[in-house]
Design a protein around this ligand. Structure first.
Ligand code: G3H
Ligand code: 13P
Ligand code: ZN
Length: 314
C-alpha cells in the first residue's frame, strides 16, 4: 500500500516549515484505537501537523492488518499533514516492512552500533526508503532509559558535534536524532538541577544549519497525572521529566520533531485509575477508557500549544 493512499504525507515539508517557523512537530506514540483517536482529535482541534509514531513493539501488539485498518478508518486527508512513522526501527528488514505497509517515515536506530556500522545501516535504509519517497531519521549518541520492550540503556552518551556532518553526508538521511540529556521513560532526572546540554545542541545546529534535528525522550512527566495515579492505587515514586521551559527553548531551534510517549501513557493511566477508584463496581471498558482518551487528548493539545508551538501551523 502507498502511504498517499491513506492520506498520509512524509515529513519533508512539515520539517521545512517547522525550521522556518521556529516550532517543532510532535511525534506522539500510539498502539490501539483509543490512543490513535486521542492523538488525531488533538491534531484536528489544534490544526497542528502531527507524526503518528508506532514502535516495533506497538506494531507487534496491533498486528499489521489491525494497524492498517485503524489508519484507514481514521480517514486522514493530505492537507491535515499527518505522517505515519516507524519509531526506533532496528534493522533494514523492519524498515522495509514498515514502508511496504504504508509508513511515510521510518527511523533506523543504529545508535548502539559503532559509528561506521551506524553509517552503513542508516545509508542502506535511506537508499531503500528514498526510492519510495519515505523520510528517514537516524540517531547519533545514546539516550538512557527504557526505549522499547527489549532495549534498556543504563548509560547515555551525548552526540559528538564533530561527527554530525560526516554522518549526515554519508548516510543521506533526512533528519537526525541527537542525545543532549533527554532519556526515555518517566524517570529522567533525579533533581531539578539536571538540564539539557544546549551547548551541544548549538554546536550541532551550527554544523548543520537548517537540517532537521530530533529530540527523543522528551516527556515532561506532568506532576498532576503522576499524583492522580499515585492517589488512585499507582506507585510511581520519583517520576520526573524534562523541564518544560527547556523543551520550549529546544522547539524554537533546529529541533523540529519532539517525541512524546510517556506523558500520554501517564495521562491515559490516570484516567483509567481515577475512574475505577471512584466507581469500583464499573466493569464496562468503554466507561473507563473514555476518560482516558479525554485525558490523553488534553495532554496532546497542551503540549502542541505550550511546548511544540505547532498550533495552527497547517
Ligand atoms: O521510545 C520508545 C517509545 O516509548 C515506544 O515504547 O516500544 O514500549 O512502544 P514501546
Ligand atoms: P518519552 O519516554 O520521554 O515519552 O520518549 C518517547 C520517545 O522518545 C519515543 O521514541
Ligand atoms: Zn525514542
Amino acid at each position: 500500500m502507498k502511504y498517499s493512499d491513506f492520506g498520509l504525507v512524509n515529513t519533508e515539508k512539515m520539517f521545512a516549515n517547522a525550521i522556518a517557523g521556529h516550532y517543532a512537530v510532535p511525534a506522539f506514540n500510539f498502539y490501539n484505537m483509543e490512543t490513535l483517536t486521542a492523538i488525531l482529535a488533538a491534531a484536528r482541534k489544534t490544526h497542528s501537523p502531527v507524526i503518528l509514531a508506532a514502535s516495533e513493539s506497538a506494531l507487534k501488539y496491533m498486528g499489521d492488518d489491525m494497524l492498517l485498518g485503524l489508519i484507514a478508518g481514521a480517514c486522514i486527508a493530505p492537507n491535515e499533514q499527518i505522517a505515519l512513522h516507524l519509531d526506533h526501527g532496528h534493522s533494514l528488514d523492519t524498515c522495509i516492512h514498515a514502508i511496504e505497509l504504508g509508513f511515510s517515515s521510518v527511523m533506523i536506530d543504529a545508535s548502539k552500533l559503532p559509528f561506521k556500522e551506524n553509517i552503513k545501516l542508516s545509508h542502506e535504509v535511506a537508499k531503500y526508503a528514498h526510492r519510495h519517497n519515505v523520510s528517514v531519521e537516524a540517531e547519533l549518541g545514546t539516550l538512557a532509559g527504557i526505549e522499547d520492550e527489549n532495549t534498556k540503556s543504563e548509560k547515555s552518551s551525548y552526540t559528538r558535534p564533530a561527527d554530525v556532518i560526516e554522518f549526515v553526508k554519508r548516510t543521506g538521511v533526512d533528519s537526525l536524532a541527537i542525545a543532549i540529556g533527554t532519556s526515555h521513560g518517566a524517570y529522567k532526572r533525579k533533581s531539578d538541577d539536571e538540564s539539557l546540554c544546549f551547548d551541544i545542541l548549538n554546536q550541532i545546529a551550527k554544523q548543520l544549519p537548517d537540517f532537521p534535528l530530533v529530540l527523543h525522550g522528551a516527556s515532561n512527566v506532568p506532576p498532576a497525572y503522576v499524583d492522580t495515579i499515585n492517589h488512585n492505587g499507582g506507585k510511581l515514586r520519583g517520576a520526573r521529566g524534562i523541564d518544560t521551559t527547556q523543551l520550549k527553548r529546544a522547539a524554537k531551534t533546529n529541533i523540529c520533531k519532539i517525541n512524546v510517549d510517556s506523558d500520554l501513557r501517564l495521562a491515559f493511566t490516570a484516567g483509567v485509575r481515577e475512574t475505577l477508584k471512584q466507581n469500583p463496581a464499573e466493569f464496562n471498558p468503554r466507561e473507563y477508557l473514555s476518560p482516558a482518551i479525554a485525558n490523553m487528548t488534553a495532554v496532546c493539545i497542551d503540549e502542541i500549544t505550550h511546548i511544540m508551538g505547532s498550533k495552527n501551523k497547517i
